[in-house]
Design a protein. Structure first.
Length: 529
């Protein structure tokens, strides 16, 4: 078949810039919402599960559920959203999905229980999953010229990493100024249904960080009336040439390999992020420099901890004697276990500010790496013609970097220099590289998928890859790491999490590399559509 000459690049109009701006905001807050969970989850678990020790079965179960349930629901509803993107249009679905996740994120800041937080994080995730697919399809059809389209997709998706930097900044700012911010309280007419927020929780940084997710809805309300529909989709819809989308068509002979391989590979890309990178806040307590900082803080509060233990033991003594029927040995064992549990909870509360700041600094390094990776991809995408070769540029180094960073750098970290309270360590360099190699792959998929599906299946196909593969399969690796960590060696839960993240990271990178040999190159008929 004769080659089709691509259209000339367009001169950007005010409308083009509006679309690029709103898509960039959407991409930024997609990642803002997703990367928020690892930061806010440890303190949220501590507050909403009072008396539950970190590392306990209940703690691990809820931690796994908070990663797995939103991902599962997001994948299912995101798949439906991709279908609706093809059926109803890109603009309408994009608008409502942004409003859904922004409002859900704000309401999550009022959570008074783990089930309530889980439900609101799930609806937030659903909005994020739908928004990404609609935005990518919209942008891909805005620019008929392939090189211009590649650049638009590449550079707007780079704002995803800006979103990562923003959520890290929001977390650090919330931690620094939480005490002076307005108290968060459940409206009185709802307290009978949802309960109340404790005095301590009214100024919890994790709540302010969650509520900041409302921000993307504000510019959308202003810009929305000026946003046009995708010209390609609209033209086909008005002329009656737009075919009805169908999930079954994704598995037709000409698309079956594309659908299966991209769904699995996108899932593995997400698996590296959620199974390794996003476990850093859980691993931070095992870092040598964190232990050095925390130890004197705990020692200084030892008298207060002892007093708290004695007070609780005195209160629980009648229950202990009743439970053990007066047996001295059994009663002492109950006292020792209760005392250990109380000490663990009190020590975690003391360590939390140090661990939170360290996790924020490391996430900042990772997000800077991710931002660099997205720009590197945007530069390479118009020069490296083979899509297989392009993704391997990031996969091959990751095979070695990821396991080394998580299995060695985390547990044998070395502080290189200090800038004020910020300790810059070997792990900062390692997590920068992991972020670069992993996040660049997300931009790769944003550029690649619109090139391999026709217009009437573009949203549905992208949704299959990003939502079934990425959100359902890929993000589930966060729960996998949490559940598998108990089988890895280590003196404590953070150490076991580090080894589990290294093992999962190596697995997903290796399998992704092997699958790249089956990745189809874009065809001429969809390349210019």
């Amino acid at each position: 078949m004769a080659s089709v000459s691509p259209p000339e690049p367009q001169r950007l109009t005010a409308t083009h810039w509006l679309i690029l701006i709103i898509a960039s905001i959407g991409f930024a807050f997609d990642i803002y919402e997703l990367l928020m969970l690892p930061l806010i989850l440890p303190p949220a678990l501590q507050e909403l599960l009072p008396g539950v020790a970190p590392g306990s079965d209940t703690f691990i179960w809820w931690r796994g559920m908070m990663f797995w349930v939103p991902a599962l629901a997001g994948g299912l509803f995101g798949l439906l959203g991709g279908y609706l993107t093809d059926y109803l249009g890109r603009r309408r679905v994009l608008t409502w999905s942004i409003l859904l996740y922004a409002v859900s994120a704000f309401l999550a800041g009022f959570s008074t229980s783990m089930p309530m937080l889980l439900v609101l994080r799930t609806t937030t995730f659903v909005g994020v999953c739908v928004e990404f697919v609609a935005a990518v399809a919209w942008l891909a059809e805005l620019f008929p010229n392939p090189a211009q389209r590649e650049k638009a997709l590449g550079y707007t998706q780079a704002f995803s990493s800006i979103g990562g930097l923003m959520v890290t900044g929001a977390w650090l700012l919330a931690g620094a100024f939480a005490a002076s911010l307005p108290a968060i309280a459940m409206p009185e007419f709802l307290t009978g249904v949802f309960g109340t927020i404790s005095e301590q929780g009214a100024h919890a940084p994790w709540r302010y960080t969650l509520m900041s997710g409302l921000i993307p809805a504000l510019p959308l309300l202003i810009i929305r009336p000026f946003l046009p529909e995708s010209p390609v989709w609209k033209q086909k819809k008005e002329t009656g040439t737009l075919k009805r989308p169908s999930f079954a068509q994704l598995f037709a002979p000409q698309l079956r390999t594309t659908t299966l391989v991209t769904t699995l590979m996108v899932g593995l890309s997400y698996g590296a992020a959620f199974g390794a990178i996003q476990q850093i806040p859980q691993i931070v307590p095992a870092l040598p420099e964190v232990k050095v900082k925390v130890r004197p803080l705990i020692e200084a509060k030892q008298a207060d901890i002892d007093a708290k233990v004695a007070k609780v033991l005195a209160k629980e003594e009648p229950k202990i004697l009743e439970k053990t029927a007066g047996d001295a040995a059994s009663a002492q064992k109950e006292r020792d276990e209760l005392a250990k549990k109380i000490r663990t909870i009190e020590e975690k509360a003391i360590a939390r500010p140090v661990e939170g700041a360290t996790a924020g600094h490391l996430q900042l390094s990772q997000e800077v790496g991710g931002l660099v990776g997205r720009f590197v991809l945007a530069l390479l995408v118009v020069h490296v013609l083979s899509r297989r070769a392009l993704i391997r540029i990031f996969q091959v180094p990751g095979l070695f970097v990821v396991p080394v960073v998580f299995a060695i750098f985390t547990l044998e970290n070395k502080v290189l220099f200090e800038v004020g309270a910020w300790q810059f360590s070997l792990l900062h360099i390692g997590i920068f590289l992991v972020g670069l190699l992993t996040v660049a792959q997300f931009s790769f998929w944003g550029n690649y998928l619109p090139l391999v599906y026709p217009v009437h299946l573009r949203g549905t196909g992208e949704s299959m890859a990003h939502n079934v593969g990425g959100r359902m399969l890929g993000t589930s690796f966060a729960a996998v790491v949490s559940f598998l960590s108990v089988y890895f060696p280590g003196v404590d839960d953070p150490t076991r999490m580090a080894y589990a993240a290294a093992g999962v990271g190596l697995f997903v990178y290796l399998l992704g590399f092997l699958l790249s040999f089956f990745l189809p190159e874009p065809k001429e008929e969809t390349l210019h559509e």
